[in-house]
Design a protein around this ligand. Structure first.
Ligand SMILES: C[S@@+](CC[C@H](N)C(=O)[O-])C[C@H]1O[C@@H](n2cnc3c(N)ncnc32)[C@H](O)[C@@H]1O
Length: 259
């Protein structure tokens, strides 16, 4: 039972998983918690939005360990954010509660009640295809679904955490069709963030109509990627040349990610 994932402690002491199905870690082995904070909260500008009390509606692709929801709830509490913060995520293969009870995120953040909340989410996902819950101060909808069958409830989204496995092993979530769907569910000022820096992924975003920029990567990775439908949201970053990437896509330079 549950042999498809195994627990792994990353170098900042936070837990991650290794997926036998995808032959990949869920996070950067140099630090799961530090990577999530950097990619999804700091570079995306989300922390600043929480500090400014801007309403936030997040969509995550790939709920995995639930680390991003725990971090979000902790940051909302610690910043004293009072505006509405909602989080929606989908997961095709939810972690079994026997495994999630080991996760040390609440402990590391000094916020043990969030560990209890997370455990309840994984228990309920065994019974229900949709868990709607108040996760600390965050209104969360977690769907047990494949992305293709997922219908969002909280759109338009202000932030997208694009967090599948890499394009090499999880290619169906890095196509222009997927990025078009995400754009159609987004607010005009949306910021999409991902740890991935591959040209193929950036080309797929460009073909779908996103403006794209490179940002400094987390923990020894040179780069990550940010995208928006408002170029002003990317003005502190180095933009990539979307026209050139679209042309390269047309020329068939990235055949592995069609669709
Ligand atoms: C990199 S890991 C997850 C990271 C997660 N956000 C976390 O912090 O643990 C990618 C996740 O996407 C899920 N996934 C992969 N393909 C999927 C699909 N087509 N539909 C829904 N979930 C998918 C995997 O099962 C895995 O949990």
């Amino acid at each position: 039972m549950h042999q498809d994932v195994r627990l792994h402690t990353t170098r900042d002491g936070s837990h991650s998983l290794y997926s036998e199905r995808f032959q990949q870690f869920y996070h950067n082995p140099n630090g799961a918690l530090a990577e999530s904070l950097h990619v999804f909260f700091e570079q995306s500008g989300l922390i600043v939005s929480l500090q400014k009390n801007e309403p936030v509606s997040i969509l995550e692709i790939g709920f995995g360990t639930g680390l991003n929801l725990v971090l979000l709830a902790d940051l909302v509490e610690k910043n004293g954010t009072t505006t509405s913060v909602s989080f929606e995520s989908m997961e095709a293969w939810p972690v079994h509660p026997d495994q999630s009870k080991a996760f040390n995120y609440g402990e590391l953040l000094g916020n043990l009640s969030l560990s209890d909340n997370l455990q309840s989410v994984f228990e309920e996902l065994q019974q229900q295809a949709l868990v709607r819950t108040s996760f600390g101060p965050v209104l969360a909808n977690i769907h047990r679904r494949f992305f293709d069958d997922f219908r969002p409830q909280n759109q338009p989204f202000t932030h997208i955490f694009h967090d599948p496995f890499s394009p090499e092993v999880n290619g169906e979530l890095w196509t222009p069709a997927v990025f078009k769907k995400l754009l159609s569910w987004s607010a005009p000022d949306v910021v999409l963030s991902t740890y991935c820096a591959s040209s193929a992924a950036r080309a797929a975003m460009s073909v779908a109509g996103w403006f794209v920029a490179r940002a400094p990567g987390a923990l020894g990775k040179r780069e990550m990627t940010l995208a928006s439908q408002n170029p002003k949201k990317l003005e502190n970053f180095i933009r990539i040349n979307e026209t050139r990437l679209r042309q390269r896509w047309k020329n068939g330079d990235f055949n592995s990610l069609s669709g």
